[in-house]
Design a protein around this ligand. Structure first.
Ligand SMILES: NC(=O)c1ccc[n+]([C@@H]2O[C@H](COP(=O)([O-])OP(=O)(O)OC[C@H]3O[C@@H](n4cnc5c(N)ncnc54)[C@H](OP(=O)(O)O)[C@@H]3O)[C@@H](O)[C@H]2O)c1
Length: 351
């Protein structure tokens, strides 16, 4: 385990759940390294990261240090022959991400970006339903994700290097949009920056090459609706709140077409009922959708860990849920949003 922060601690209970044997922890700070090892019964060691990466008894690393260090740490681990599960964002730019992918391909070692949401049963089912046209042809994805965070408790989110809402939150939504619609063709980005120039609010409008649209908004400063809705030709598919961590999907089909004309019996009957406020209120209180519940079990990070372990067993180099191309496209879009923001609106991919 590389890193000793909140996420590394959270993953320790997930590792324990499926008997992953954590043999070492690495930190920049030897005190934190020892304290973390003690807290989670990891054998004590004063070795630095380079020495740990030489150890033959370590098969894989989980990287949860600061965002600015992810790419370099992943590259060092891959070159040391380890499989890598790296927290999002795996890189802070497209160029960095491409370097990681290049080394993973060159060394043939597994590398997966831990965008845990995409591995959740509800997300997998959501993508399957969309691909099977369960509500008709997918057309428009709307996702809204955010809750206010305090700068004093989460200073890293506002750091000039590696901070910002794009890297911390938009990553999840862009990843889902790419799973559903594939690569993007045009982007309109609206970013709001702190005085230090860090994005804290982002609205992205993507048109995908496949024709689909995605409207993705994220914030570090306000409580959002935290839902995701995929509008399709015959209805909508919705990921229930909280969007990041969702365990439910609602399917709503459009009302049957009553045909043309205004004299049909059914049309006359529904028209009459609609004039009664109580009937309208009763109708609103009845569910007009079908809901499916897909639990992730005891820990939200368990599905991604199980997926990673299966890939290790199969000696795979990349994940089919988050393939390298998907990770690289995320950071191209983020670079693109940042570049576009400097000049207002940016359209077209350019060269
Ligand atoms: N998947 C998710 O749901 C999720 C959720 C939150 C975060 N993340 C990702 O996981 C990564 C780590 O996030 P985090 O929330 O764990 O961040 P964090 O608590 O700020 O920890 C990040 C790193 O800061 C260092 N650190 C820890 N305590 C410190 C202290 N008291 N003073 C100075 N440095 C300290 C540690 O590195 P060293 O020990 O090496 O110095 C630690 O690995 C981020 O990339 C984030 O995007 C993912």
């Amino acid at each position: 385990v590389i890193g000793t922060g909140r996420m590394a601690a959270a993953m320790m209970s997930t590792f324990a759940r499926i008997n992953v044997n954590v043999v070492a922890v690495s930190s920049h700070d030897s005190n934190r390294q020892q304290k973390f090892a003690q807290a989670f019964n990891i054998p004590p060691s004063k070795d630095d990261l380079d020495s740990l990466l030489q150890r033959r008894d370590i098969d894989a690393v989980y990287i949860a240090n600061n965002n600015t260090e992810h790419a370099a740490t992943a590259i060092a681990a891959l070159e040391g022959g380890k499989a890598v599960l790296c927290e999002k964002p795996i890189a802070v730019s497209a160029a960095e991400c491409e370097r990681v992918v290049h080394v993973a391909r060159k060394t043939g070692n597994l590398c997966v970006e831990a965008i845990w949401t995409l591995f959740l049963p509800a997300y997998r089912r959501f993508v399957d339903l969309a691909q099977a046209s369960a509500c008709g042809k997918p057309d428009h994805l709307y996702c809204d994700f955010g809750y206010p965070v305090d700068r004093s408790t989460s200073p890293q989110l506002f750091a000039a290097q590696g901070g910002g809402v794009l890297l911390d939150r938009s990553v999840y939504l862009i990843a889902l949009a790419l799973r559903l619609f594939g690569p993007a063709e045009t982007l309109h980005a609206q970013l709001d920056l702190t005085d230090e120039g860090v994005d804290h609010r982002a609205s992205l409008m993507l048109k995908h090459k496949s024709g689909g649209h995605s409207q993705l908004s994220t914030s570090l400063t306000s409580l959002r609706s935290n839902i995701g809705v995929l509008a399709c030709s015959n209805g909508t598919l919705q990921l229930g709140e909280p969007l990041v961590g969702s365990e439910s999907i609602s399917l709503r089909h459009k009302a049957p077409d009553l045909g043309r004309g205004y004299l049909g019996r059914r049309r006359r009957l529904t028209g009459g009922l609609r004039q009664n406020p109580l009937v309208r209120r009763l109708k609103r209180s009845l569910p007009n959708f079908h809901r499916e519940y897909h639990s992730y079990g005891a820990h939200p990070y368990l599905p991604q860990l199980e997926h990673f372990l299966k890939l290790m067993e199969a000696r795979a180099v990349e994940s089919d849920i988050i393939p390298f191309e998907l990770s690289m496209e995320i950071y191209r879009i983020i670079d693109w949003a940042r570049a576009g923001n400097k000049v207002g609106v940016h359209e077209g991919r350019g060269s």
